[in-house]
Design a protein around this ligand. Structure first.
Ligand code: PLP
Length: 489
């Protein structure tokens, strides 16, 4: 499922390029455990900023970066735990923090997971190929960033309607930007552009996050481990259990960590979230919505639906109002003084981007649905942070006028504490199969997969998902060999 066939000529070129640019490639093992990095790297990285175009930042493709803009070392997983005063539920909700990845978003990991197997096998020719990153935003930011660190030509494809922050930054990083029609849920248009590139240019290599198992594998290995380690560290009493993990899905990369967690904690429930305004998984529905990064009117190839227990639709109006509540000074004042939420929590609510808020809402709905209590921990991630949505917050202020304590109280009551167990479905065999079968229309009808391959994802879990999950040590061996041959270590 992840092809590791070697192309000797390209590989030799890639190694030479890495030698010239002083690029050492981190292994999966090092991304999981950056504390084991050679001292030499830890010392050199002290002079490097988190977003700097420096190949050393490949070593910061991990959840364990010290949370600082410049010179950070490595510690434990970055996470925030949310108290009952904020969530309204008894269960403990923990959120891994994506802000402290280079680019401010964990998608840099997904793009790394897709690129690296092809780089160290030589299937991708870093000198002559252009790396194409089709995305609704953050994945192509991550792909362009990783490409730049490796001195590779990058093509970022994303919908025209995505936030200004994303375009502004991409202008400085990507070699080429292609804006496709529409917004968040217009992935078909991205696929069309990708196909056009594939047929009109012979120097492109497409890294399609929606089908690349490297995306799934990165989260299975790195995010899965980060959540498990965090849970083990904080679970408290011996009764503490990882009751659920909830992730909204864009490419369904992140939810790949659920496969790892379910192997370790078989009783855990795994929930997938999407926007109520585009309820593809819940209702085979479609529509436009404002939760940037998720829900794209199709089921990604790499979503292991067989392992998903619950589908949840989140009203984008809830996430928009909470974005304002979490970031406006009046909102923060209300939360501290009226709702009694600890100041250190409130002061960190800008760690939530819009999809992070949607993830939190999924966690709350799951906790309510399963009536989870104090010993239960629900895990999720904050893919990016509010840094990415300053222009959206301004737009909300422009459309709705000044914020106030009264509006904060209304938003808190309605959009957070008032969240109910509606618009969700606990999946049985038939429910899961219904969602899996929906893949047919994108992947077999449009994207060239065969029905037999689709069936394998359902009926041959060991030969498909199981095989992917075993690949990381083999890729690590290839990476180590690659690094040795550059002569840089
Ligand atoms: C902000 C944001 N949230 C959530 C997601 C969804 O994550 P995944 O693609 O791993 O499902 C993305 C994907 O690009 C994103 O950019």
């Amino acid at each position: 499922m992840i092809d590791l066939t070697i192309n000797t000529e390209n590989l030799a070129r890639n190694i030479e390029l890495a030698r010239q640019r002083n690029v050492v490639i981190p292994t999966f093992q090092q991304m999981k455990h950056p504390e084991t990095l050679p001292e030499k790297i830890k010392v050199r990285i002290k002079n490097v900023g988190l977003w700097d175009i420096d190949p050393l930042n490949l070593f910061r493709v991990t959840w364990k970066n010290e949370p600082k803009e410049h010179g950070g070392q490595f510690g434990q997983t970055n996470y925030i735990e949310l108290p009952q005063e904020l969530t309204g539920v008894r269960a403990r909700i923990i959120c891994l923090v994506g802000k402290w990845f280079p680019t401010g978003c964990h998608k840099v990991g997904a793009s790394y997971g897709c690129l690296v197997p092809r780089l160290v096998t030589g299937q991708f020719d870093a000198v002559n190929h252009k790396a194409v990153w089709p995305s609704t935003g953050n994945y192509c930011r991550g792909g362009a960033f990783n490409s730049k660190l490796l001195s590779v030509y990058s093509v970022a494809i994303l919908p025209r309607g995505m936030s200004k922050e994303r375009f502004d930054w991409l202008e400085t990083i990507a070699s080429e930007i292609i804006a496709t029609p529409g917004t968040e849920s217009n992935v078909k248009e991205i696929f069309d552009k990708t196909r056009e590139l594939r047929t009109t240019r012979d120097d492109v290599m497409i890294f399609n996050q929606f089908e690349e198992m490297g995306n799934h594998l990165w989260h299975y290995e790195v995010t899965g481990n980060a959540i498990a380690e965090t849970f083990e560290r904080i679970k408290g009493s011996k009764n503490g259990r990882l009751a659920a993990a909830c992730f909204t899905s864009g490419s369904a990369g992140t939810i790949g960590c659920g496969d790892f967690l379910k192997e370790k904690y078989p009783n855990m429930k795994l929930a997938v979230g999407e926007a109520l305004q585009c309820p593809t998984l819940l209702n085979n529905g479609y529509g436009e919505h404002r939760i940037e990064g998720i829900g794209d009117k199709h089921v990604p190839w790499i979503h292991n639906v067989r392992n998903t227990d619950m589908v949840i639709a989140i009203d984008d109006d809830d996430s928009q109002h909470l974005l304002r509540l979490f970031n406006d000074p009046q909102g923060k004042q209300f939360l501290k003084e009226e709702a009694g939420v600890a100041a250190e929590v409130v002061d960190n609510l800008d760690l939530f981007g819009i999809s992070g808020i949607a993830n939190l809402l999924c966690a709350i709905k799951t906790a309510k649905y399963y009536e989870l209590a104090e010993d239960d921990i629900v895990a999720t991630v904050l893919t990016d942070s509010a840094v990415m949505y300053g222009s959206r917050i301004k737009e909300l202020a422009g459309a709705e006028g000044a914020y106030s304590l009264t509006r904060a109280a209304a938003d808190f009551g309605r959009h957070l504490l008032g969240v109910r167990t509606d618009a969700m479905e606990e999946l049985g065999y038939r429910g899961r199969k219904r969602i899996h079968d929906l893949k047919y229309y994108t992947w077999v009808e449009q994207q060239g997969k065969t029905a037999a391959e689709l069936d394998d994802l359902w009926y041959d879990c060991e030969g498909t998902w199981g095989a992917v999950h075993k690949t990381a040590p083999q890729i690590d061996e290839l990476i180590e060999d690659f690094n040795r041959r550059t002569g840089l270590i």
